[in-house]
Design a protein around this ligand. Structure first.
Ligand code: NDP
Length: 442
C-alpha cells in the first residue's frame, strides 16, 4: 500500500516526469539558460571583460541536459517507489469504468488487467500541427527541438504563443538566424496589449525577425533546406521549421468512451470543478482537461483531487490570479487581469500605472532594451488586479507580486511597502503617475 494506506498503481508509457520534466518546462529552461549566456557576454564586454574565443558547443549542452533530465526522471520514479506506488511501464487503456489493460505487461507477455475502485487520468497533451498544410511533415515540433542532432543555422518558427516565443528566443540567443511567423496581429494573444507590443519590439532587438499577420501556404524540401512558402508571397529557406501552433489533450485510444468518460467540445476530458469526469469513479487533471495548462496548476488540481476524494473535503482549485511566466528573452511575468480584461471585469474605472526604463545592468552596453512594468488597479476598490512585467527576472518578480494580488492588496498597500534600492522591482512600489486613458492600450 502507498503512503495514504491505499493500493496505488501508475501506468506510464514513456519516462516518469511528464511533459514538464521530460519535454517541457525543465529542459526548455535549461535551453533558455544556455541561450541567455550570449547576452550576458555582451553585457560583460561593456563592463570590461573580453572573451576572445567564446563559443558554444551544442552536443556538449545536449548531453549535460539529457543527463540532468534522466537524473530528475529517476528521482520521480524513486519517490513513487518510496511512497509505495506500483509503477508499470506500459500504456493503459480503459476497458470499462473500473478496468485498465496494459499491453504486454501480464504473465507470458499478454495484457496485464488491473481493476481499480477509482481511476485518475493525467495523460497530458501533445503538439498539434495543421495536418492539411502541404509539406508540414518536414516541420518539427517542440518535442524534436529538444534533440536536434545539430544546431541549425537558420530556423523558422510558426506560432505566437508561449512555445513559439520561448523557442525563438532560445535559438536566436544561440546564434541561429531566427524568424517567427504568426497569423495574428501580434504575438501572445490573450496577454495585455502593452506586454505584447513591448515584447514584440524587444525580441526584434535581440535579432528575431517577426512576421505578423501571415501563415504558410506550403513547405518544400530542397537539397539545401526547407523553403517556407508564405501567404505574403515570400519564399524563405531555413534549415529547420518548427511548428508551435498549440497543443491538444492526449485522449486518443485511451478507451474513454468504453468507460463512460466524455469529452467537451474542444476535445478535452470534461470535468466538474472537482475534476470528476462523466464517469462516477474517474477523475482527470492537468493538460488532458485543457483548463489552465501549467504544471503548478496541475499539481494543485491533484492536491484538490486528493482532498476531495480521499479526505472527504471537497476542494476545487481556484484559478484566479495564477501567475505565469513566458521564458522569452527578455522574459514576461504576469498575474491577474490584463487592462482590457479589467475594463470588462471591474465595471467601473480602471487605473493603469506604467513604467518603461532601461535596466541599470545595461548602462555600459549599447543596448536600448527597456523593461516594462504595468499595474492594473480596480479604481473602485483600489485593489491591484493585474501586474505585468517584461524584463530580466520578470518570472522571479511575478511570483512575489502574485502573493499581493492573490491577497487582494490595494495600490496604497503596495505603495506603503518601502522600496529595495537599487533594483528593478522597486518600480512596483513607486509608481505614482496614472496613465491617462487616451494613451492606454485597450
Ligand atoms: P498556445 O495555445 O499558447 O499558442 C498556440 C499558437 O499557435 C497561437 O499563437 C495560435 O494562434 C497559433 N495557431 C493555432 N492554430 C494555428 C494554425 N492553424 N495556424 C497557425 N497558427 C496557429 O500554445 P503553445 O503550443 O505555445 O503552448 C501550449 C500551452 O502550454 C500554453 O498555452 C501554455 O498553457 C503551456 N505552456 C506554458 C509555458 C510556460 O508556462 N512558460 C511554456 C510552454 C507552454 P492564435 O493566437 O491566433 O490562436
Amino acid at each position: 500500500t502507498a503512503l495514504g494506506g491505499k493500493r496505488v498503481a501508475i501506468a506510464e508509457e514513456f519516462r516518469v516526469g511528464g511533459t514538464c520534466v521530460v519535454r517541457g518546462c525543465v529542459p526548455k529552461k535549461f535551453m533558455v539558460m544556455a541561450s541567455e549566456v550570449s547576452h550576458a557576454l555582451e553585457i560583460a564586454e561593456g563592463y570590461g571583460w573580453s572573451f576572445d574565443s567564446a563559443k558554444f558547443d551544442w552536443p556538449t549542452f545536449l548531453e549535460a541536459k539529457d543527463v540532468e533530465i534522466a537524473r530528475l526522471s529517476g528521482i520521480y520514479a524513486a519517490n513513487l517507489g518510496k511512497a509505495g506506488v506500483d509503477l508499470i511501464h506500459g500504456r493503459a487503456v480503459l476497458k470499462d469504468a473500473h478496468t485498465v489493460e496494459i499491453a504486454g505487461k501480464g504473465e507470458d507477455g499478454g495484457p496485464l488487467v488491473i481493476t481499480a475502485e477509482k481511476i485518475l487520468i493525467a495523460t497530458g497533451g501533445r503538439p498539434w500541427v495543421p495536418a492539411d498544410l502541404p509539406g508540414v511533415e518536414h516541420a518539427i515540433t517542440s518535442e524534436e527541438a529538444f534533440h536536434l542532432p545539430e544546431l541549425p543555422k537558420r530556423i523558422l518558427i510558426a506560432g505566437g504563443g508561449y512555445i513559439a516565443v520561448e523557442f525563438a528566443g532560445i535559438f536566436a540567443g544561440l546564434g541561429v538566424e531566427t524568424t517567427l511567423i504568426y497569423r495574428g496581429p501580434n504575438i501572445l494573444r490573450g496577454f495585455d496589449d502593452d506586454v505584447r507590443a513591448h515584447l514584440a519590439g524587444e525580441i526584434e532587438k535581440r535579432g528575431i525577425k517577426v512576421i505578423l499577420g501571415c501563415q504558410h501556404t506550403s513547405l518544400e524540401k530542397t537539397a539545401t533546406g526547407i523553403v517556407n512558402h508564405l501567404e505574403n508571397g515570400m519564399a524563405l529557406e531555413t534549415d529547420v521549421v518548427m511548428f508551435a501552433t498549440g497543443r491538444v489533450p492526449h485522449v486518443k485510444d485511451l478507451g474513454l468512451e468504453t468507460a463512460g468518460v466524455a469529452l467537451n467540445d474542444d476535445g478535452a476530458i470534461k470535468v466538474d470543478a472537482f475534476s470528476k469526469t462523466t464517469a462516477d469513479n474517474i477523475w482527470a487533471i492537468g493538460d488532458v482537461t485543457d483548463r489552465m495548462n501549467l504544471t503548478p496548476v496541475a499539481i494543485r488540481e491533484a492536491v484538490a483531487f486528493h482532498e476531495t476524494v480521499w479526505r472527504d473535503t471537497p476542494t476545487a482549485f481556484d484559478y484566479e490570479a495564477v501567475a505565469t511566466a513566458v521564458f522569452s528573452q527578455p522574459p514576461v511575468g504576469v498575474v491577474g487581469l490584463s487592462e482590457s480584461e479589467a475594463r470588462h471585469v471591474c465595471k467601473g474605472e480602471v487605473d493603469v500605472y506604467v513604467a518603461r526604463f532601461r535596466p541599470m545592468k545595461y548602462a555600459f552596453t549599447g543596448s536600448d532594451e527597456r523593461v516594462l512594468m504595468k499595474l492594473v488597479v480596480d479604481a473602485t476598490s483600489q485593489k491591484v488586479v493585474g501586474v505585468h512585467i517584461v524584463g530580466p527576472e520578470a518570472p522571479e518578480m511575478i511570483q512575489l507580486a502574485a502573493i499581493a494580488v492573490k491577497a487582494g492588496l490595494t495600490k496604497a498597500q503596495w505603495d506603503a511597502t518601502c522600496a529595495v534600492h537599487p533594483t528593478m522591482a522597486e518600480e512596483l512600489v513607486t509608481l505614482k503617475e496614472k496613465q491617462s486613458p487616451t494613451t492606454s492600450a485597450g
